[in-house]
Ligand binder design. Structure first.
Ligand code: NAD
Length: 295
């Protein structure tokens, strides 16, 4: 049985790592003991730090909150680099910053270690179903080398381009998701105010030209059902939209819709905090418009 390492077993990392657990001997590390215990109870081996994990395997996946934390896990005290073997592949599934990713990759290349970006889109649900989108940045030969393992996670693996391209596309995707989500809540609130049933409105728009991820998944599954738990925090969305803004600033591109959607997100964060689920944005809209869109 081949050995794989996985660091970062939270909302997103857990279902990704679980898919690998079906086929590989898994070595895991996380700061959260509860998340580690979940995996050891399923047969994975827990490591006491990243350096220990890198002694066991040369294929290591990361799914951490930010690129800053990735840097720490790779290069910090007891980091992966303390014991990573030459030829090791570090596959970063974090939604990260392309600039930091390029810097880490360049440094690791000088140590004969490959660092590629492979962020995901489709949430825990997509990972569980085995069809989450994975966008890989690196050389084509690096992509070819890791693709067979990726195939065990999902049927939707894409080569995105040179190192950092996966992270750039992912940041753009999430800014688009935020803009569409805000626009959809705005329109559904307006229709509720006009006396329309929100479920009916979403059902019809989903088959019309205004359809998007919020009308397909977010509204029916998480808001109109009353579940109000998507498994993605407001703080992580703020970070992702912030990465897209950094990319825009460094390329001197204006993003007025992107900025407005982030101002609206800030209202939710001011009220509910950065650990709150993204579903809470609906509550901000209810307050803003006086239209009740939840059941
Ligand atoms: P999360 O907060 O649920 O999980 C993060 C995990 O990383 C936690 O278990 C935490 O203990 C661990 N961690 C933090 N610092 C660590 C360190 N120094 N060493 C070891 N472990 C550490 O976050 P998440 O929702 O799983 O998101 C992870 C990444 O995936 C983020 O970059 C996020 O933007 C991205 N993402 C999330 C979703 C989603 O729907 N949740 C979807 C796509 C992408």
């Amino acid at each position: 049985m081949d050995k794989i390492g996985f660091i970062g077993l939270g909302n997103m990392g857990k279902p990704l790592a679980e898919r690998l657990l079906k086929k590989y001997k898994l070595f895991v590390y996380d700061l959260n003991e509860q998340n580690l215990n979940y995996f050891t109870s399923k047969g994975a081996t827990s490591c006491s730090n990243p350096s220990e994990l890198a002694m066991h395997t040369s294929r290591i996946f990361l799914c951490l909150p930010t690129s800053k934390i990735v840097e720490e896990v790779v290069n910090g005290k007891n980091g992966l680099m303390k014991s990573a073997m030459k030829g090791t592949y570090i596959i970063d599934m974090t939604t990260g910053e392309p600039e930091i990713t390029r810097k880490i990759s360049k440094y690791l290349k000088s140590k004969e270690i490959s660092f590629v970006d492979a962020p995901v889109s489709g949430g825990p649900k997509g990972a569980n179903q085995g069809n989450i989108a994975i966008m890989v940045g690196g050389t084509e030969s690096q992509f070819a080398k890791i693709k067979p393992i990726m195939d065990d996670i999902s049927s939707n693996i894409f080569y995105a381009g040179k190192i950092g391209s996966g992270h750039s596309i992912k940041a753009g995707n999430n800014l688009l998701n935020l803009i569409c989500r805000m626009a959809s809540f705005e329109v559904i609130s307006l229709l509720v105010k006009d006396g329309v049933d929100p479920k009916k409105a979403v059902e019809i728009i989903q088959k019309s030209s205004g359809r998007n991820y919020a009308t397909e998944i977010t509204l029916p599954d998480n808001i109109l059902s009353g579940k109000m738990v998507q498994g993605f925090s407001t703080g992580l969305m703020k970070k992702d939209a912030g990465v897209a803004t950094k990319i825009a600033d460094s390329n001197q591109v204006e993003i007025p819709l992107g900025k407005l959607s982030q101002e609206l997100l800030k209202k939710t964060i001011d009220e509910f905090g950065e650990d709150a689920d993204m579903s809470n944005v609906a509550l901000t809209y209810e307050k803003l418009t006086g239209a009740k869109i939840r059941p």
